[in-house]
Design a protein around this ligand. Structure first.
Ligand code: PEP
Length: 254
């Protein structure tokens, strides 16, 4: 059975002080929820203070991006070697990185390989935009993104896939559970072809895009979906804790 994972992407929000306060408001309640892996991904500057605040806690820390080189003349970039002592996860291939900063699959795959080589776990995002969705090209787009972003990635032990339809991110218009489950099944069949059935069954696939506490069950209850990547609602303690609770309820004996 795959352990559900709920990750909060705080994006470019929160000063260090605000990030510490936000964590403080959620930590006791998050810690009390068993059986769900919980990850928060603050801006880079908050990683070190949050790592200290999370020592010994059952909540993991993630970065929102990294570069693929270990060090050198890459002004403004952060390497996986720098992140590895501070956090466990890194989000890669987020649609905002792809759309605003021009990241393509080739770059994403280099980042994935570098992050894994430095011991980080990766949340690899794929998802179609509105025009692609409306043209019925969702499967084509996500299959291509997944295959290309995993180019030369030898194993998936520390890789989580996040299906994030771009049209659902930050819009308040989530996919339906059925749609998301269908795409997750498609992604899992790609993983089966690339890495074999056991790896595909073990690999977690998240849904992301306007998940809130009130709709979280629709996603986490789907058989192919193993949790959520949460943007806006992860900045609201009651919402984020509520989403994690919904993932925990899925595990409770019926
Ligand atoms: C995201 O940016 O990864 C995301 C899912 O955002 P939101 O939950 O705000 O749609």
């Amino acid at each position: 059975m795959r352990t559900p994972l709920i990750a909060g992407n705080w994006k470019m929000n929160c000063s260090v002080e605000e990030a510490l306060r936000l964590l403080d408001e959620m930590l006791p309640r998050l810690s009390a929820i068993q059986g769900v892996e919980k990850v928060v991904c603050p801006p880079f500057v908050a990683l070190a203070p949050l790592a200290r605040a999370l020592e010994g806690a059952d909540v993991k820390l993630g970065a929102q991006n990294c570069y693929f080189e270990p060090k050198g003349a890459f002004t403004g970039e952060i390497s996986p070697a720098m992140l590895a002592p501070l956090c466990q996860y890194v989000i890669l291939g987020h649609s905002e990185r792809r759309a605003i900063f021009g990241e393509d699959d080739a770059l994403v795959s280099r980042k994935v390989r570098a992050a894994l080589a430095h011991g980080l776990s990766v949340i690899l995002c794929v998802g179609e935009n509105l025009a692609e969705h409306q043209a019925g090209r969702t499967a084509d787009v996500v299959i291509n993104q997944l295959q290309a972003s995993l180019e030369d990635v030898l194993g998936l032990d520390r890789v989580v896939i996040a299906y994030e339809p771009v049209w659902a991110i930050g819009t308040g218009q989530p996919a339906t559970g059925h749609q998301a489950n269908h795409v997750a099944a498609t992604l899992r069949s790609v993983l089966r072809g690339l890495y074999g059935p056991e790896t595909a069954e073990r690999t977690r696939i998240l849904y992301g895009g306007s998940v809130i506490a009130a709709n979280a069950s629709e996603f986490v209850d789907q058989p192919e979906i193993d949790g959520a990547l949460v943007g806006g609602a992860s900045l609201k303690p009651d919402e984020f804790v509520g989403i994690v609770n919904k993932a925990a309820v899925r595990l409770a004996p019926q």
